[in-house]
Design a protein around this ligand. Structure first.
Ligand SMILES: O=c1ccn([C@@H]2O[C@H](COP(=O)(O)OP(=O)(O)O[C@H]3OC[C@@H](O)[C@H](O)[C@H]3O)[C@@H](O)[C@H]2O)c(=O)[nH]1
Length: 405
């Protein structure tokens, strides 16, 4: 595999950022950023070292996939430290980054995914590795295995995707969580559910603390996801109280990064793809609604810290750097231009911002209060939005350049 181009990352504290993860609570989750980057910035469907003339996509429109003869190096853990970890939705955007981290750390990872929004290509670099298993499975059906930890992420997360089949989204949240909690009960595995900032609905409290009960329209178009996740949290604490299941609940705020499906309709992927293609940036409503965006490595840090901590209360993991969507469009446009300038592909014309109708029940403001994550886990975001967006722009640009976007 060829070595990806090196970029220096400056963390929020102004110092060079070379690793992700922490060594806390008896669990070392640190890996080098270059090792993570090599898993998504280098195409893994051709072996460039051995076949220097190979291009990923050929002029006749075909694509070369070659099986890797070497897997990325993983830590050699003593058996007593190696955990059997089940990740539902592990072929999705967030799941695949969690898979990368836990694989590099030397654990045994089993991924369950029905590939509705996930894709095999997100984890294809691990297929065949003795520590890795990929199972096509829909969590609305029970699944039996032996494991020590369960990260339950399976559920479409982008508003157009989760609204596509709202009944299935509710079913996935409820039955999927029920099945995985049943598995946790039998195996005595620790269970972490990926909940969401959407449990706060269109919040009247700002920023959102975990104590806030939320403002959700129970029959609106977002209800299938919002209420689905709320009842999933209810079930989770039901199993904790009635069956002593060891549970963790992470409320994930808007997250972005490489491998986010470029067409999943969320704002970060939409704006970057539009700017790279020279199309108009679509701001919904007047663009005054706010969000805070965290880079995916920070989220993975938070999830692993929470899973291995004693904190059993719901915990927000998100950024507290708040932008209006209008400001965010300007920032994305500026960063895309910077990356294009760096490699001499800046177009003569600047793309415009256009305004489209606001989706029903779109939250007007959202910002994570992360005091609990800071106090209980020692977690804080390390990536600035600017550095994270540059990473994501380079990833999409590489896909665009190879004709894959
Ligand atoms: O092209 C676009 C897309 C989206 N938007 C706006 O940008 C804001 C963010 O939209 P996104 O679709 O990215 O994400 P949302 O904040 O609405 O929902 C997200 O919330 C947290 C997570 O749990 C979920 O991944 C997702 O549901 C919204 O106000 C939306 O209306 C645009 O202005 N233009």
């Amino acid at each position: 595999m060829s070595t990806p181009k090196q970029f220096t990352i400056t963390g929020k504290d102004g110092k060079p950022l070379t690793t992700a993860g922490h060594n806390k609570n008896g669990f070392d989750s640190q890996v080098s950023i270059d090792a993570l980057r090599a898993l998504w910035l280098t195409p893994n469907y051709t072996n460039n070292e051995q076949d220097k003339d190979a291009s990923v996509v050929h002029p006749d429109g075909t694509i070369s996939y070659t099986s890797l003869n070497r897997f990325p190096a993983v830590k050699l853990l003593p058996p007593a430290q190696q955990k059997r970890i089940l990740i539902t939705g592990g072929a999705g955007f967030l799941g695949s980054h969690l898979v990368d981290r836990l694989m590099l750390l030397g654990h045994q990872v089993t991924v369950l995914d029905n590939f509705f929004t996930g894709a095999k290509t997100t984890v294809s670099h691990w297929i065949g590795h003795p520590n890795f298993e990929l199972v096509r499975h829909d969590v609305v059906n029970p699944y039996m295995t032996e494991c020590d930890q369960i990260y339950h992420l399976a559920c479409p997360a982008s508003p157009p995707h989760y609204q596509y089949n709202s009944i299935k989204t509710v079913k996935t949240s409820f039955l999927g969580t029920l099945n995985m909690l049943g598995l946790a009960k039998r195996t005595k595995a620790r269970f972490l559910i990926a909940s969401t900032s959407e449990v706060y609905g269109d919040p009247e409290v700002h920023p959102q603390t975990e104590e806030y009960w939320g403002n959700v329209n129970p029959i609106g178009p977002r209800a299938c996801y919002d209420e689905g996740k709320r009842v999933a949290e209810t079930l989770t604490y039901g199993y904790q109280n009635q069956n002593n299941v060891d549970v963790r609940v992470v409320r994930i705020f808007n997250t972005y990064g490489p491998r986010m499906n470029p067409f999943d309709g969320r704002v970060v992927s939409n704006f970057i793809v539009q700017a790279l293609k020279g199309e108009d940036l679509t701001v919904y409503g007047d663009g005054k609604q706010t969000r805070s965006f965290q880079f995916v490595h920070d989220l993975v840090d938070g999830m692993i810290l929470l899973m291995n901590s004693d904190e059993t209360r719901p915990t927000n993991v998100g950024s507290s750097d708040e932008f209006t969507i209008g400001e965010f469009a300007e920032l994305v446009r500026e960063i895309v231009e910077k990356v294009q300038e760096e490699d001499g592909s800046k177009p003569a014309k600047q793309c415009k911002v256009i305004y489209k109708p606001i989706p029903v029940d779109d939250p007007k403001q959202r910002r994570a209060d992360t005091s609990r994550a800071k106090e209980s886990l020692g977690w804080e975001t390390r990536w600035s939005v600017r550095m994270g967006l540059e990473e994501m722009v380079r990833y999409y640009k590489a896909k665009l350049d190879e004709g894959n976007l």
